[in-house]
Structures are given as C-alpha cells and as structure tokens.
Design a binder for this molecule. Structure first.
Ligand code: TRP
Length: 451
C-alpha cells in the first residue's frame, strides 16, 4: 500500500538525522540524568555504555534491516517477513509501548514548554536553588497548566505527523539537532567551571560497584534502549523509509554515537551543577528542571541561553514524539485502513487522555497509585524496564534465528555481497549474545533467576 508516509527520506544525512531525531530527546537530557542519579552514578554509566555498544547498536541495525526489508509499519513488516506466524505480536506490543511512552513523554514535554515560557518571561531570575525547586514543585502539582501544555505538545506532534515524513520530520531535524549539540557544549563549559564541579564528574564517571544491584543493571539496559528508541518498532518503522542504497551499518553506528554523545554531554552539564548547588542527585523526574535554571543564572548571557536551550529541548522532544505517534498512526492507517488524518485524530485523542492523567500524577492524581507507582511512574517504569527489553529480545531473536541469514546479509550488506567479518560478529551477537544477555538481565531483576 503506497501511503503518504511511504515517501522516504531524500538523502543520506536525512535518514541519520531523522533516526537521530527520534533517538535524541528527553531520554538523553531529562531521563538519562534522573535515572542515573537514582541508580548511584558511575557504575550505571559504565553499564549503560556497554549496553549501548554491544546490544544497542546491533539491535538498531536489526530494526533498520527488518523495516527496510518489510517496507511496512512494525506489525506489517513482521507479517510480511514471517507470514503465518505470531511474530506480528511484536508489532502489537510496539503500539502498546508507544501509547505508554508517548503519554508520560507528552507530560514531560509539556513541562519543557512551560519552562520555555518561564525562560522568555525571565522567571528564573534571582531565584536560589530552593526557590527553583519550589517553582518546579508548584508548577507540576497544579491541575491546569500541566494539562494544557501536555495537550499543546501532543497537538503539535499530531500536526507534524499529518504533514508526513519528508516535509515534516526531515527538514527541521537537520538544522536543529546540531544546534542542540552546540548549546549543550556551552552549558558543559559553564558547569565544569563551577566551584565543586569535580564532585559531580566523579559521581557521573567513577564506578562505585557497591551500588550495582540487579535493578540497576536492568535500569541501565532499559535506559539504553529508551534513549536509542529501540525495542518497540520505532526504528523498524523509520527503517521502512530508508532507501535501498543506504549502508545500514554506518547509519546505525552514527545514530547511536550521536545519541550517546548528547546523553554524556547532558550528564556533564548537569551533575557538576547538582553537586555545586547542593541538589540531591536522586531527586527524580524534576532533576534537570531544578538544576539547569541554576546554571543559567550563573552564566553571562544566561537569559538568552535559557531560551535557546528550552526551545531546542522542545524541538528534540518533538522529533522523538513524532516517531512515537508515527508507530501508532502507521499501524492504524496501514492495518486498519484508516485515512492518515483520521488515524492521527484517534491517536491524539486516546494518547491525550492518558497523557493528561500522567500530567496530573504530580498533583490531583498523586495518591492514585498502582502498587507504589503513580500512572506516570508506572508507564515510565513499565515501558523501559519491561516492554523495551522484552521487545528488543524478541526482535534480535527473530533476526538471529527465524529470519534467514541470507536475507539479513542482503539487507545489511547489500545484494549478493560476501559476508564481512564485521557482519559475522554482528550475526554472532544477535544470535548467541543479545537475546540471552537481555533475558538474563531481565529475569535476574524480576527475581526469577538469582546471581
Ligand atoms: N528515544 C527518545 C528519547 O530519548 C524517546 C523515544 C522515541 C523512544 N521513540 C521511542 C523510546 C521508542 C523508546 C522507544 O527521548
């Protein structure tokens, strides 16, 4: 079926830019520091890097290959590559995952819109760390503005998704992501020259293995997948737009590298400041919002930089949320035969309801909990620590054991090319290492296996 969204990317840089646009987002700048802070720092960081390199990059390559071979949304791609089997269930899991992630993601993106507004209105000016902390708490526990911003953000996401891949997604990411990179480097320079910065760098980079528990290991894996947009078919969906001529190896490597660089640079901007200003590293989802306004206060031109930073953060969030909504919309449009507009409206409305409930999880719905989780925490935790690892495991297992080696080679290397040693290593990882490593981490953390 030739849909509007099957138009494909126009250039090599476009593919990498769009996949990087999906990967780089709140996951790097908001989630990475807060989850690292809650999981003890350096040891988490080390594991995160190991998981990116040995599981993330191969999984990204796998997802790109499946999408490009399938030429469909996640569900449709599995249907095509493995007809008469149940592998399409991965696609259904992906749609469920997209719902969960997009709901809490929109709530946090709503906070960034408020902070963009605050930056423009110069509302951080003259506030000390306590006052900035209170400001965050007062805003997020409200019952009106967080809801409005969540819906505004989702609406923007819907607008771009309706416009389609090439016009909407590709054009802006190409310019704005490099700009984000630059501004974080400026923030880094300010942060590491703060008094007491070294304590923060030590927290981030020095591995204290006594902090390593099975929960930390799973959280590092979940964060690696979350940050790279893996495990639920986003990259499969984007892979289906990649031109047959593109070399997937280098695309997967560049996207992973860019994403990891932004996360590390964000960590370097945040942790020195966390320690310099006496903020608790395990403050949770508010960490970045409380920390960075302090850094802006200490900068020449802080007013200008704060506006630029929150603007770019909104854009980074948008290029990621687009990719999440695209998973839902491509499924509705291609499999349930809806028009793209109708699919987007249904997606917007249904995610909107959940998103509003997530946005209210810090205020009116704070006491509505399932286990010890509010809806926000539940979606955040479940998606990264269960859905993505399980999805990722099934995807590599599929490519390693079910899909034929010849077809994998054809996607990864090109028609009729002989196997290279890098390809052999890749096959070895997705066949023998990745599925079992993910399963071990997962079973160990939920307590079914004990080391
Ligand atoms: N990776 C994005 C980020 O870091 C979020 C995201 C987009 C995502 N698509 C995804 C996460 C698919 C998991 C799965 O902000």
């Amino acid at each position: 079926m030739q849909q509007e969204n099957r138009d494909g990317f126009s250039s090599r840089f476009g593919v990498v830019a769009a996949a990087a646009g999906s990967a780089i987002g709140l996951g790097n700048i908001w989630r990475f520091p807060y989850v690292l802070g809650e999981n003890g720092g350096g040891a988490f960081f080390l594991l995160y890097m190991v998981f990116i390199l040995f599981l993330g990059v191969p999984l990204m390559l796998t997802e790109m290959s499946i999408g490009r071979a399938g030429q469909r949304n996640t569900y449709g791609s599995f249907r095509k590559l493995a007809p008469k089997s149940k592998w399409y269930l991965i696609g259904i899991m992906g749609v469920v995952g997209a719902y969960m992630i997009l709901s809490f993601y929109s709530a946090v993106a709503g906070w960034t819109l408020q902070y963009l507004y605050d930056a423009i209105a110069n509302n951080f000016y003259g506030k000390d760390p306590q006052a900035l902390d209170q400001m965050f708490g007062a805003f997020t526990s409200g019952s009106f503005m967080p809801v409005v911003w969540t819906l505004v953000f989702l609406f923007l996401t819907g607008l771009v998704v309706v416009a389609g891949v090439e016009k909407g997604i590709e054009k802006y990411t190409k310019i704005l992501m490099p700009l984000l990179f630059l501004i974080i480097i400026v923030l880094d320079i300010r942060a590491i020259t703060l008094d007491g910065a070294s304590e923060g760098l030590k927290f981030l980079f020095y591995p204290d293995f006594s902090k390593l528990t099975s929960k930390v290991v799973l959280e590092a894996l979940g964060q690696a997948f979350f940050s790279l947009s893996l495990g639920m078919g986003t990259i499969i969906t984007y892979g289906s737009y990649i031109d047959k001529k593109e070399k997937l190896f280098s695309s997967a490597a560049s996207v992973s590298l860019a994403d990891t660089a932004i996360a590390v640079l964000a960590g370097v901007a945040i942790f020195p400041a966390v320690f310099a200003f006496g903020i608790e590293p395990d403050s949770g989802p508010g960490l970045v919002f409380i920390t960075l306004p302090n850094v802006f206060q200490q900068m020449t031109g802080g007013y200008f930089f704060s506006i630029l930073f929150f603007f770019l953060l909104v854009i980074a969030a948008l290029t990621s949320s687009i990719s999440l909504l695209e998973v839902i919309v491509a499924y509705f449009a291609e499999e349930l035969n809806m028009s793209r507009v109708k699919a987007t409206i249904i997606g917007f409305t249904s995610v909107g309801i959940l998103g509003v409930m997530c946005a209210l999880s810090f205020g009116p719905l704070k006491s509505v909990t399932i286990g010890k989780f509010t809806l926000f925490n539940l979606f955040d935790y479940l998606s990264s620590n269960i859905l993505l690892p399980v999805g990722g495991m099934l995807i590599v297992f599929f490519a390693g054991w079910i899909w034929s080696r010849k077809s994998v080679a054809q996607e990864v290397l090109g028609e009729g090319k002989p196997e290279t040693s890098l390809f052999k290593l890749f096959m070895f990882i997705i066949k023998f290492i990745a599925p079992f490593a993910i399963a071990l981490v997962f079973l160990n953390a939920i307590g079914l296996l004990k080391f």
